[in-house]
Structures are given as structure tokens and as C-alpha cells.
Design a protein around this ligand. Structure first.
Ligand SMILES: [Zn+2]
Length: 321
């Protein structure tokens, strides 16, 4: 965490010291004469008070968490199901442009000019705070990032598919079903790819004897040599829905897993949800899921793709009238 005031004071302190330590008599005279004429106020010799590191950061964190609206994000990161460090990794490693980084932080902090924000926080005159797209629910930032029905089949699906493509391509490479690694946004998975040892399905309905309410997980990987399969389903919910989304995906495909086990004569079939929040918050379950497929190193790419997609969804949304 960076404290701008603290940074400013440190710079001011070192500049003052620099001038005070000059032997040049003219500069010494200037120092004495600077009675608050310059921002450095060089006639002042006392040190600027700098508060000690860890304690200061802790008190800033506390202040942040106390804030009614902005405080929700740091609280969410403290939730037991969330990997706090991994959720912040994108700030260090993603290489995202500063503008997008700032915009995503504003989304996380909920300081985006939605109709709800304008009406209740900015106290602007807003006739109607219902969503400008669906006109059904209050237009909050959460509504835009993950709950507007008009965006589900288009924007949210594209975001979801970006994550699914990263996972699919990684599996395809590991199982030697493809040889060349493409940027995920250029990668188009085949519906079915197969070799002697593995078979990989992309978004395919499974035909079963009994009709199944849910028979189309995003990805199915069959490992023929060990006679097992994994049903993988991707979810990109808002942060407060991470756990529910995981459980929903997990339960949804249990019946299909039992059916496939019998039908395809497999030893084991497991349902593996791959869940990450719309703002890149990483639940611990994502680590477990990625570890299962030896692709923890893809976590950063998944997080980056979601953050870029959500930023673009919100930007486009706000540009509509
Ligand atoms: Zn809406």
C-alpha cells in the first residue's frame, strides 16, 4: 500500500536536507531567507514527522476497512475463502496499463458513476436509478459487472469464454493434443480433440440414457490411461457470490458425473469448478482446481483476462446513455 502523503513528506524531507547540507554560502543564505516562500520552507530546520512503516500501513488499512462503501473490498479480501495475496498479484505482475489499473481499482472501490452512485453518494438529481440497459434493477457497479441480464449472453459470456479458453488450451498442450501455444484471445478450441491417451471436449452436450438437466459443462477431459475424467465448469461471479457460485457449479454436474462414469466405464469422474470474481479476486478454490491440472502458473493470465474484460464491460456500459 502506498501512502501519497507519506511519499510527499519523504521527498520534502530529503530535499530540505540536500539544501541544508550545501556548503555554498549563497545557498545557505537562501535557506535562511526562505521563510515559507518556497514549499520547502528551508528556514525550518526541524525534521518532518514520518510515521513508522508497518504501524502506519496497518492504521491506513484499518481506516480503509472502516469506510462504508470503499471498505467492502478490503473486507472481501479478508474472507476465509479468499486468497488475499493472489488476489492482489495483478497489481505487480500483470503489465496492465496504468489507466486500466486505476479504473479497476475504482471499480473495486465502488467509485464509478453508476446511477445509484450518482443519486445516493454524489446526491445528484437522478430521476431513475434503474439500470439503463435492463430497466429492472438498481444500477450499481455490481449490477454492471455481473448481474445485468442484458449482458449475460454477450459480454459476460465472452469474459467467461476467455477463462475457459486459457484452461482448455493448457489442458490441450499438456495432453499433447495441440503443439503450438497461441494467445488465449486467438485460440479457438475444437469441439472434440483426441489422441491415444486423452480426449478433450469443448462446450459439448453429453448424450446420456437418462435425460440430464445439466449435460453441457464447459470442458470435459478424459484421461484414458488412468480411466478417469474431469468435468470443468467456469464461473465469473461478483466477489460476494464466489462461494455460492462454486457450490452451484459443483452440485450442478454431479448427476452427469455419475452417469458418465457408468456410461463410459471410467474409474473416477470429478467435477472441478474454476471460479474467479469479476474483479479478479481469487478464491482458494481456484488454486485447488488449477493444482489438479498442474496449471497454477495460468492463474495470472486468468486474472488478467477477467480484469481486462470487466474493465471493458464497465467502460462500454457507462458510455451508453
Ligand atoms: Zn441491467
Amino acid at each position: 500500500m502506498v501512502d501519497i502523503k507519506q511519499l510527499h513528506n519523504k521527498c520534502k524531507q530529503s530535499l530540505r536536507l540536500y539544501f541544508h547540507n550545501q556548503k555554498n554560502s549563497l545557498l545557505q543564505t537562501v535557506c535562511k531567507a526562505d521563510l515559507k516562500y518556497s514549499p520547502l520552507n528551508l528556514s525550518e530546520f526541524s525534521a518532518i514527522e514520518l510515521i513508522s512503516g508497518t504501524q502506519h500501513i496497518q492504521s491506513l488499512m484499518q481506516d480503509w476497512k472502516m469506510k462504508a462503501v470503499h471498505g467492502r473490498y478490503p473486507h472481501a479480501l479478508d474472507a476465509p475463502e479468499v486468497d488475499n495475496a493472489a488476489s492482489n498479484e495483478w497489481l505487480i505482475h500483470s503489465g496492465i496499463y496504468a489507466e486500466t489499473e486505476g479504473f479497476m481499482i475504482a471499480i473495486q472501490d465502488q467509485v464509478i458513476a453508476t446511477r445509484n452512485y450518482s443519486k445516493y453518494i454524489m446526491r445528484a438529481t437522478v430521476e431513475n436509478d434503474l439500470c439503463r440497459r435492463c430497466q429492472k434493477q438498481t444500477e450499481t457497479i455490481h449490477h454492471i459487472t455481473g448481474a445485468c441480464v442484458t449482458l449475460a449472453a454477450t459480454e459476460y459470456l465472452t469474459r467467461h469464454n476467455q477463462v475457459a479458453k486459457i484452461v482448455h488450451q493448457s489442458l490441450a498442450i499438456q495432453h499433447k493434443l495441440v503443439t503450438e501455444e497461441l494467445p488465449y484471445f486467438k485460440y479457438t478450441p475444437d469441439a472434440v480433440i483426441e489422441n491415444r491417451t486423452s480426449k478433450l471436449y469443448w462446450d459439448r452436450s453429453v448424450l446420456t440414457d437418462r435425460p440430464m438437466p445439466h449435460n453441457r459443462p464447459d470442458i470435459i477431459v478424459v484421461e484414458k490411461e488412468v480411466n478417469q475424467a474431469f468435468l470443468i465448469d467456469i464461473g465469473v461471479p461478483n466477489t460476494h457470490n464466489l462461494q455460492d457460485c462454486y457450490m452451484e457449479k459443483y452440485r450442478k454436474y454431479q448427476s452427469l458425473a455419475y452417469e458418465i462414469k457408468d456410461l463410459w466405464k471410467l474409474e473416477k469422474v470429478e467435477v472441478i469448478p474454476v471460479i474467479i470474481s469479476t474483479t479478479g479476486v481469487i478464491p482458494k478454490s481456484l488454486n485447488t482446481s488449477l493444482e489438479k491440472f498442474n496449471m497454477v502458473e495460468k492463474r495470472g493470465a486468468i486474472q488478467k483476462s477477467v480484469i481486462l474484460s470487466t474493465s471493458s464491460i464497465v467502460r462500454k456500459f457507462l458510455n451508453m446513455n
